[in-house]
Design a protein around this ligand. Sequence first.
Ligand code: ZN
Length: 412
Amino acid sequence: MVIVVQLRYSFRVYPSTGQRIALARAFGCARVVFNDALRVREQARAVGLPFVPSAELSKQLTVAKKTPERAWLGEVSSVVLQQSLRDLDAAYRNFFDGLRGKRPTMGPPRLKSRKDTRQAVRFTANAGWKITTGGKLRLPKVGDVAVKWSRSLPSVPSTVTVVKDSAGRYFASFVVETDPEMLPATDNVVGIDVGLTHFAVLSDGTKIDSPRFLRRAEKKLKKAQRDLSRKAKGSKNRAKARIKVARAHARTADARREFHHQLSTKIIRENQAVAVEDLAVKALARTRMAKSVHDAGWSAFTAMLEYKAALYGRTFHRIGRFEPTSQVCSACGVKDGPKPLSLRVWTCGACGTVLDRDINAAVNIAKAAGLAVSACGARVRPVLVPAQREETGTHPKPQPVTTGRHAGISVL
Ligand SMILES: [Zn+2]
């Protein structure tokens, strides 16, 4: 079996004033094409006509470019406009798949607004974009844009997406294909659960908190949001405060991504197989309210675990919810019913094991995925009892997660 891993690499780019204007034009044209095509499909649906195929939309686009009202679409790369139609198709596909139950349900495609926080255009190989010998990014009808190459690309990408984020920063994002790189095999396997009071809890007993650099960024974001709420509506200071909030948002997102990268790399390096539970399973939101707070970050984190597992020859399992993990003793398997969220530690009535709620769940997740983890991690171990020392030595020791320098995967 040939496995090819797709990785996304993002680099900050610094367009000149003229290039910013050209990019703004490209964002605008891509948006108009998307919205025009969406309206065509919606109007067809409203009068009971069949779904308008993309070939037809493409034809209509060519015609539109010849009209005075849409002639300015000719000022940007036609590939960008075609890609915008592809994006619309993808949005419809996701929507329909959701309706068919193939993926979590999501709303139908919506009109894009000039005020959207994230703007993006995509150039494929036939747009004729390239990386110049001087290391600049040459974009058709935009020019040679300066790039900060923070790492090297493992192979030549065919597509580049140029993004402007809510903080007004520009990025070039490449998708490249690479072969997996096998890490030395290990016997360790791990189940991971979202902790109620921690970011994640591992079946070996490790509890992982958000690192300080992320908490600091979140704190600054909260402060910026507070400052914004105090400014008078329509005032100049309010506009300034809003930009500060957008920047703080961007920095928090960056810090969170960095943390997810560090942690996922560490877990993949140390374990042969990793199991997480699928939070897309809807019932979860109802049963564990507190968890939904983490959800956005959690799915990004597990997505990283998944692709890194593929990249490094590890196994990744995503288990559906089979039954509430807190109701089952991870040591003897007895199901002894629901427990209030406030109950953090309990003793199994059947086997007498003292169980930690979060770790017990992580062990159950690993077991549901068929991983041979020991339930010992889930036990609340009395400290300084000599008889326990041997036991701790035979199991992977909980280790603090280090931040800062990190070897390994260098992808954004
Ligand atoms: Zn038990």
